[in-house]
Ligand binder design. Structure first.
Ligand code: 5RP
Length: 223
């Protein structure tokens, strides 16, 4: 099976977790896009969606799905999103699509985080994928020095030769070379650096379920 076929398979499996008549939180990225396209087929069964990025909001609206501002929402049974890496304990690295802050905010409102990922994302140790950190632009150099002192090598993410700006108008530092043995501790440490908006470690509140696409079918990991 191709990676896209695996992503489609987990996106289809995630539809079973969508609660009829309720609001669904929707992540960002290529796997989340497959999920949005599947959600469109049952859109009459959901009340509305909350998006974790402008790109996701546009795709949802393109399918005629109502997108609500998170401030209007108090209850959300599930949030469905991909991951860049996930451990067998449900801790994740996210932010490859630069949407980590909004993803973490929307996920914090949901009762359950359903991670959808192809099998290549399951790792024993987080950190081979560079850890994204969203930073306030005026602080990117000082934050980079502090991240380097933790043992990584922070590089400013660029787009067309310029610093990439997130939907929130901030920048992303990608930290290379980390071996993250204690994801919860590192999440707290990096979130405490002044100038950091969010770190793309989702460990304190990780996934509740991971639907993992493999050549033997979709495996369900429950944490
Ligand atoms: C975006 C994310 C994505 O969920 C993550 O990058 C995985 O993306 P994809 O499904 O394209 O592999 O965190 O900020």
């Amino acid at each position: 099976m191709t990676q896209d076929e695996l992503k489609l398979a987990v996106a289809q499996a995630a539809i079973a977790y969508v609660v009829e008549g309720e609001i669904v939180g929707v992540g960002t990225g290529s796997t989340a896009n497959f999920f949005i396209d599947e959600l469109a087929k049952i859109k009459h069964k959901v009340k509305a969606a909350v998006a974790s990025s402008e790109a996701t909001a546009a795709r949802l609206r393109g399918h005629g799905i109502t997108v609500l501002d998170l401030n209007e929402v108090t209850s959300m049974p599930v949030y469905v999103d991909g991951a860049d890496e996930i451990t067998a304990q449900g801790a994740m690295i996210k932010g490859g699509g630069a949407a980590l802050t909004r993803e973490k905010i929307v996920a914090s409102v949901a009762q359950k985080f359903i991670c959808i990922a192809d099998g290549s994302k399951l790792v024993q140790l987080l950190g081979k994928f560079p850890l994204p950190v969203e930073v306030i632009p005026m602080a990117h150099a000082v934050v980079a020095r502090k991240l380097n002192s933790l043992g990584g090598e922070a590089r400013l993410r660029l787009k067309d030769g310029q610093p990439l700006l997130t939907d929130n108008g901030n920048m992303i530092l990608d930290v290379h070379g980390l071996q993250i043995a204690d994801p919860q501790a590192l999440e707290a440490t990096i979130n405490n650096i002044v100038g950091v908006v969010t770190v793309g470690l989702f460990a304190k509140q990780g996934a509740d379920v991971c639907l993992l696409g493999t050549s033997e079918g979709v495996k369900t990991l429950v944490f």
